[in-house]
Design a protein around this ligand. Structure first.
Ligand SMILES: *Cc1c(COP(=O)(O)O)cnc(C)c1O
Length: 239
């Protein structure tokens, strides 16, 4: 094993222990939570090592970096999740490699994703990104739609050719009433998820929790955690 592979293996093991412990503490089964490794800013060679170590879900937040990486890793059995703020001019590219777009936060993006998925003959899973720092009718500082926009966006996705509504995503907010209250933020997400599932029963995904707060997310009921630095190390630049 190379040094890097050994390092990643050790980090993955530690994250796995954290997820297992959080599941046990919450009385949840380990297989109710899926680990998505956020590989942004790290090279395709790391993605390859992670796949070798059993990782099956990876996430990226910038199309410029993700597109060549996904192309270099096209032979690997990986699902690619797009988790960054997405401009409509990047949608065609993202629809070419992503299985799931977790950052759907406005109607224009739904229209663009639908057109891109259709023209490439692909079906894209979509999560509505919720901004818990946004007031009614707004978008959040780091993307995401205010909770009162969720139902309308989900209906739009569900009715759009080539798209599937899979659930919700959030990043614990740094501002607003939930700042520093990750547990409460994730519990609010679970309430929103019940209301979403009442209209769209198959939309069961709740993507919440990162390196610093995955325990709180698992405790609240998240189905997917997105972990970057705890697996790959501190990122060399902001990303
Ligand atoms: C970078 C990123 C993560 C991972 O964050 P870490 O703190 O490195 O675990 C998760 N979700 C999104 C949307 C991200 O951009």
């Amino acid at each position: 094993m190379t040094d890097r592979k050994a390092e990643l293996a050790e980090n993955l093991e530690r994250v796995e222990e954290r997820i297992s412990a959080a599941c046990a503490a919450a009385g949840r089964k380990r297989d109710e939570v899926t680990l998505i490794v956020v590989t942004k800013t790290y090279p395709a060679s790391d993605v390859r090592l992670l796949a070798d170590l059993g990782v099956r879900h990876v996430a990226e937040n910038r199309d410029q970096d993700a597109a060549p990486k996904a192309a270099a890793c096209a032979d690997l059995p990986l699902s690619w999740h797009f988790v960054g703020q997405l401009q409509t001019n990047k949608v065609r590219s993202v629809a070419g490699y992503a299985q799931v777009v977790q950052s759907v936060d406005r109607p224009k993006l739904v229209t663009a994703l639908s057109a891109a998925a259709e023209s490439q003959g692909r079906e894209l899973g979509c999560l509505v990104q919720i901004a818990l720092d946004a007031e009614t009718g707004e978008r959040g500082a780091r993307g995401g739609a205010a909770p009162d926009l969720m139902a309308e966006l989900a209906d739009l996705v569900a009715g759009a050719p080539g798209l599937r509504i899979d659930g919700l995503m959030t990043v614990a907010p740094l501002a607003g009433p939930y700042a520093g209250r990750e547990q409460a933020a994730f519990e609010r997400m679970m309430e929103l998820s019940s209301s979403l599932r009442a209209a769209h029963p198959a939309a069961t995904m709740v993507s919440a929790g990162m390196s610093a707060d995955l325990e709180q997310a698992v405790r609240a009921g998240a189905t997917h955690v997105r972990v970057g630095t705890a697996v790959l190390g501190a990122r060399p630049r902001l990303g």
